[in-house]
Design a binder for this molecule. Sequence first.
Ligand code: ADP
Ligand code: MG
Length: 489
Amino acid sequence: LWTMVLEYLEGEVSRPALESWIKTALPEELTPEKFVLRTPHSFARNWLFKYYYHRLKEVVAEILGYTVEVQILTAQQLDSNAVEMPEDVYGHKDIILLSDDTPTEITAAGANNLVRAGNSNSNGSDRQDSPSATNASNGSNSNGVRTGKINPKYTFSRFVVGATNRMAHAAALAVAESPGREFNPLFLCGGVGLGKTHLMQAIAHYRLEISTDQKIFYVSTEQFTNDLISAIRQDSMQAFREHYRDVDMILVDDIQFIEGKEYTQEEFFHTFNTLYESGKQIILASDRPPAQIPRLQERLCSRFSMGLIADVQVPDLETRMAILQKKAEYENLRIPSEVIHYIAASYTSNIRELEGALVRAVTYISISGLPMTVDNVSPVLNAPKEPVEIAPAQVVDLVAAYFEVEAEAMRGSSRKRTISLARQVAMFLMRQHTSLSLPKIGDELGGKDHTTVMYSCDKIAQQQEKDPEMAQALREISDRIYHIAKEGD
Ligand code: ADP
Ligand code: MG
């Protein structure tokens, strides 16, 4: 079970945090009522408790199919059942309400599931993955209609507007004010962690504030696909279609994952048309514009593009500082501006990481009792990378050698798997190790567009987190890059 939980969290938690504070915890006990984790020291326990308790519980419940109590103990605490809550510095008061969730009744199938620890796909009976059963805490209204998991913090008031997201913000606001009018569909695109989901959910919150009687549907593309698959399996297509077509507004996140899924595309095409024709607002988010989503049916591509495509880009320093400041204000934290500045300057390309860094700094300071200064927080932040001196062509050569492809082919337009992978890795490494701008990196690879470079870097960064083989490849090539840079070769 713990391995499964770790897998779930891998994509959500920054790597250092995962390695140092989550992976060091060991599962101690699993009974039908509770799951007990043991951490090596209280620092790790407090951290887990403060920031991941809620999520842990959610993930465990997701895997098991029912809710259990989750206890996090330190090594010394094993025989005591009392888990005292650390001082709440970060507003997560809700997590104290342990007893609020009565564990659901455990059926024979459930107990079986427990033993198999999350082997859930083959088990449709007790696992709640049918559309109507996935109501989020705030997701179910009196009609029993699911609105998906909307984060209560993702509102317009918490969204900081800067030069790189101004247009997306304005479009989202316009759609929230008068849905189904001008911008339909609204297609939000941009790199990972830049606020697409936040903006899209802000629209939903805005509408729900006006009236909770509307059916507003927030769903990930994955969820749509899963719902479709179980509808097919359970022979309930009719219900599926009613479910998705009888809404006032639909928000589909990460629509790029629809690539290559023919059947999902087919079904979504009809969902789209039905809603569109009855004037219902459709909002889509993707890491790329429609035209750059590979294996997307032409007719879907043209529908996705017929409203407004608004992009969010990497925010400038000032905006990043404003984001940190706003977060600090909401969480009632007093943080010296030099620390805000330092963090904002260290994390340039992903707001989620930027926020993660702030959280780490605050946790560390609150637990260590040190004053909040740049010197004291810098050890828990990832140091910004120092660019090394290496010719871009050498990076291409190294990557070509590693993947056993021709450097020239990487500069060409071949879409062969290994070649395009090598190309993306080269872009990523140039971004990491040189100070070349995105367009310049594109030039080094035969004149690729800077958005392609951006997309490639994001993709490889994600793979680095998830795929050990990729992480290994990047490490090895990076080592050679450092070596060459040092030798001045
Ligand atoms: P995406 O969906 O583009 O990957 P998210 O919407 O999940 O990114 O944003 C990542 C994190 O950054 C979220 O916690 C979000 O609240 C925060 N964030 C992104 N943009 C802004 C912004 N302009 N102002 C405040 N917070 C932001
Ligand atoms: Mg998102």
